[in-house]
Design a protein around this ligand. Structure first.
Ligand code: SF4
Length: 122
């Protein structure tokens, strides 16, 4: 739980640097808080369903199954080469094609995917 809280605060710091809108900031904060709560209960399992790109939370953060499908005009903060696999928010075991993400509790994301919550690993 302590690590999840640190991740949430680090994520908030990165978002502030990119000067995202207040609405997006609040949405991401709520998602990160929910994720930390769920992770703290150990409720995220690798058997969770895959995140649908049409899921409202996925749409809100511009989730794409493959990072090369990101609309860079809509998401100018996209960093070439960034994807879920090199994102700080990704959880679970390396080597799995779909893994939990702290921004989408209870769902698995494609390691080749991307969303606007991408945060560089440290
Ligand atoms: Fe989660 Fe990061 Fe992938 Fe976004 S880019 S879905 S925050 S792992």
């Amino acid at each position: 739980m302590e690590r999840d809280s640190r991740v949430a605060f680090l994520h908030i710091g990165v978002m502030e640097k990119h000067q995202i809108s207040r609405r997006n900031f609040v949405e991401k904060l709520l998602l990160a808080t929910a994720a930390a709560t769920v992770a703290g209960r150990g409720a995220v399992a690798d058997e969770s369903p895959k995140l649908d790109v049409q899921d409202p939370a996925a749409v809100a953060l511009g989730y794409a199954l493959h990072a090369n499908e990101v609309d860079t005009r809509k998401y100018p903060t996209y960093v070439k080469g960034s994807n879920c696999e090199n994102c700080l928010q990704l959880q679970g075991k390396p080597g799995n094609e779909y893994r939990p993400c702290s921004l989408f509790p209870g769902k698995l994301v494609s390691v080749s995917g991307w969303c606007s919550g991408w945060t560089a690993e440290m």
